[in-house]
Design a protein. Structure first.
Length: 316
């Protein structure tokens, strides 16, 4: 009903083409219209820059609240707002959340050229390893900075890349040692390199081990203090639930929000979408828009002491 007169609606991933965000968005876009009344066509338009802030600001300030423009961005930007990061001109409490296609399992992957193939070798490294990032609020940047602060791993974050695909190219060229990001991203970007030993997954930064990585240790195992464990929880574990966040501009009518939430979940159960996800190694483990609302609300209730600790780590 709300889309019966609409010829087209748009989805906007915040990273450059080729990365997991882009691939997830395009996969969803190919199947989403079948589950939206009126069966509109879907147009994907990448909007890069400032680690996702440009796109989030656009969705908050300029996108029409008609349900025809859907953003896909990183949950870490919500935390960055709470920490007072520069450049943020949105309020995460006012977006309308559609949902998340899967929870991120964060890992750190390093090239053979870095000289590090396991976590013990990383702790013993003579100098900091250069890891690629997009900027504060981005998974690549925030996970690496959190590991440096919580575990003391020697890391130097190099921000400014447009997305995972660009970071991977820089690492392949020897400019970087690797990156910390979603396991799905590593599989999409570096699967063959991992299989032949040119890239090693040396650490998992999640609450439990991924079944595909039974021998790779968890970061929490090396956290020696309660503060370190809290940093991992709030900066990485909780935010991972909100990665690949599909959302609408503030003020979108509630009936459209509810309809798009239902259509989103129906899309993820679509046999054709599931087949495509399996073929491209995309994980399916949806989080609802209602669940995202609760997580966002909880983040805005963090006490001032924890906010100060997180700001010290995540906002250079």
């Amino acid at each position: 009903m709300i889309f019966t007169k609409a010829k087209q609606f748009g989805l906007s991933p915040h990273f450059s083409p080729g990365g997991a965000f882009d691939i997830y968005t395009r996969a969803v876009a190919r199947h989403y219209p079948k589950h939206v009344p009126g069966n509109p066509t879907a147009l994907v338009e990448n909007m890069t820059g400032a680690g996702g802030i440009i796109q989030a600001n656009y969705m908050f300030q300029r996108a029409k609240p008609d349900g025809l423009t859907i953003g896909n961005n990183i949950g870490g930007l919500i935390l960055q707002q709470i920490l007072g990061a520069k450049g943020i001109e949105f309020d995460g409490r006012k977006f309308e959340y559609i949902g998340v296609p899967s929870v991120d399992d964060c890992v750190c992957a390093l090239t053979k050229a870095s000289g590090v193939t396991n976590i013990n070798g990383w702790f013993a490294a003579k100098g900091p390893l250069k890891l690629g990032g997009v900027g504060p609020g981005g998974t690549l940047s925030d996970v690496a900075r959190t590991l440096n602060a919580a575990l003391g791993l020697p890391i130097r974050v190099v921000d400014g890349y447009k997305g995972v695909a660009d970071v991977r190219l820089a690492a392949d060229g020897g400019e970087l040692a690797g990156y910390c990001g979603g396991w799905e991203s590593v599989k999409l970007q570096w699967r063959k390199a991992v299989d032949v030993g040119q890239v090693s997954v040396v650490l998992q930064v999640s609450t439990k081990k991924n079944l595909e990585l039974p021998n790779v240790p968890l970061a929490i195992e090396f956290a020696k203090t309660e503060e370190a464990r809290q940093l991992l929880k709030y900066a990485v574990h909780d935010i991972a639930i909100m990665q690949r966040l599909f959302f609408l501009p503030p003020g979108t009518p509630k009936d459209r929000v509810h309809l798009l939430r239902r259509s989103f979940l129906d899309t993820l159960k679509d046999p054709e979408y599931m087949a495509e996800a399996s073929k491209t190694s995309l994980t399916i483990g949806p989080v609802t828009g209602e669940e995202i609302e609760e997580i966002v609300s909880g983040l805005f209730k963090l006490d001032s002491a924890m906010v100060a600790k997180l700001k010290n780590v995540l906002v250079p």
